[in-house]
Design a protein. Structure first.
Length: 146
């Protein structure tokens, strides 16, 4: 136990640790969710958008230093699965449309030519002649029926 040598009292650090341990024994998950929400509301009243951008950036940088590609793949997969359970086709159509509009406002013709070329090259590396024949036939049938 870390004691103050002058008068044999507990240090602030030791007292805080003991208090935290005792609190965690006496309260459940809902307690911590409630006080976290209250703290978040109080913080949001005292800080602006720039504050949250700054702490988000710092947190992102720290996380990227501490985790590898597999970590991000795993949390991305978990997030994607949770999102797909909670949203329907219309949700994805709406966010896709918003993303497409934002992208088209921020990029020019050359951007689309470049990503189209990269996509075409990647597709050609990953697929054979039969793939293209099958897709061509599907496209022809759709065009005739449309």
């Amino acid at each position: 136990m870390a004691n103050n040598n002058d008068n044999n009292k507990m240090s602030r650090e030791e007292a805080g640790r003991k208090g935290g341990e005792k609190t965690s024994q006496n309260h459940d998950k809902e307690f911590y969710q409630e006080i976290g929400q209250k703290g978040g509301e109080a913080t949001s009243q005292n800080h602006d958008k720039e504050f949250y951008q700054e702490i988000g950036e710092k947190g992102g940088e720290a996380t990227s230093r501490n985790h590898d590609k597999e970590f991000y793949q795993e949390i991305g997969e978990k997030g994607g699965e949770a999102t797909s359970r909670n949203h329907d086709k219309e949700f994805y159509q709406e966010i896709g449309e918003k993303g497409g509009e934002a992208t088209s406002q921020n990029h020019d013709k050359e951007f689309y030519q470049e990503i189209g070329q990269k996509g075409g090259e990647a597709t050609s590396r990953n697929h054979d002649k039969e793939f293209y024949q099958e897709n061509g036939e599907k496209g022809g049938r759709q065009r005739r029926s449309g």
